[in-house]
Design a protein around this ligand. Structure first.
Ligand SMILES: NC(=O)C1=CN([C@@H]2O[C@H](COP(=O)(O)OP(=O)(O)OC[C@H]3O[C@@H](n4cnc5c(N)ncnc54)[C@H](O)[C@@H]3O)[C@@H](O)[C@H]2O)C=CC1
Ligand SMILES: C[C@H](O)[C@@H]1OC(=O)[C@H](O)[C@@H]1O
Length: 253
């Protein structure tokens, strides 16, 4: 039980990595509030999975691209659970598109969800933790894409580099309050976000051959490192970035 009685918030947690992190946190003894954009059934089933583990779960709808959602999510989570100990910024989109004709709307939406959303969510959670005066842990789901490029991800990779950088600066700004800030950098994890991109079995197999551990990732592969960074096992870790990629990044040749 690494997170016994902790109060955990996760954005974009009705599916994929966020969902796995929320349920894994509950498995480690935490109560969990999830933010979700759409899909009431998926959010309800995530809450049901949390409650099946004997913990409190609450789902709060909201678009992270709207800065007002951040204060609303934190306030409603505090209303339901009393406080915030751990905040996981996970919500994100990756609408694959070529660079030369990138629609302005696609670029702007990706920035607003992935980077602006992270900024205001982390700020709202940090303000709550500072008010509580007992420190806390913030984890952002960045990406291996913070470090390397993607032909159809020219709008996306800068947001992931931005989130990684946000955790570094926030670690400095919040260290005096006992709040740790770290990021996880997943490689390719099979979720809804890349279902279409990886629909081609040849592309999937090609991606897998580049990974020393021999397979693409699953959401639970990322949940463990998130729980670790959230827990007191990582009490002296802040400003760090943890690659969770099966070794893909270091595999040059
Ligand atoms: N799947 C992968 O290979 C990788 C994913 N990531 C990151 O992991 C995070 C989670 O993505 P996945 O679990 O893979 O995909 P996913 O599509 O299952 O999860 C993304 C979640 O964010 C939610 N979301 C999207 N826009 C939102 C908004 N405006 N407000 C609130 N929620 C919103 C979606 O509804 C969804 O539940 C993303 O930030 C993504 O960039 C990072 C590296 C690799
Ligand atoms: C969505 C992509 O498959 C995924 O997103 C990332 O951040 C990874 O680098 C992969 O490109």
């Amino acid at each position: 039980m690494l997170l016994k009685d902790k109060k955990v918030l996760v954005t974009g947690a009705s599916t994929g990595i966020g969902r796995a992190a929320a349920i894994s946190a509950a498995g480690h003894g935490a109560d969990v509030a999830i933010n979700f954009l759409a899909g009431d059934d998926e959010a309800a089933s995530c809450v049901a999975a949390i409650e099946a583990l004997g913990r409190k779960g609450v789902a709060i709808a909201g678009d992270v691209a709207d800065p007002a959602t951040a204060g609303d999510f934190v306030a409603k989570a505090v209303e339901a659970m009393g406080r915030v100990d751990i905040f996981v910024n996970n919500a994100g989109i990756c609408p694959f598109h070529a660079f030369l004709d990138m629609p302005v709307a696609t670029f702007e939406r990706t920035m607003r969800v992935n980077l602006h959303g992270a900024y205001f969510m982390v700020q709202a959670a940090a303000n709550q933790m500072v008010r509580q005066g007992q420190g806390g842990s913030i984890i952002a789901v960045s990406s291996i894409s913070a470090l390397v490029g993607g032909e159809y991800q020219t709008h996306y990779t800068p947001t992931k580099a931005g989130v990684h950088s946000l955790m570094q600066s926030a670690a400095i700004a919040l260290g005096k309050h006992g709040i740790r800030c770290n990021s996880v950098l997943p490689g390719t994890i099979l979720t809804d976000i890349n279902m279409d991109d990886l629909a081609d079995p040849e592309k999937r197999a090609r991606m897998a051959t580049r990974i020393p551990l021999g397979r693409l990732g699953e959401p639970d592969d990322v949940a463990g490192p998130i729980v670790f960074l959230a827990s007191d096992l990582a009490r002296y870790v802040t400003g760090a970035a943890l690659l969770v990629d099966g070794g893909a990044f270091v595999n040059l040749q």
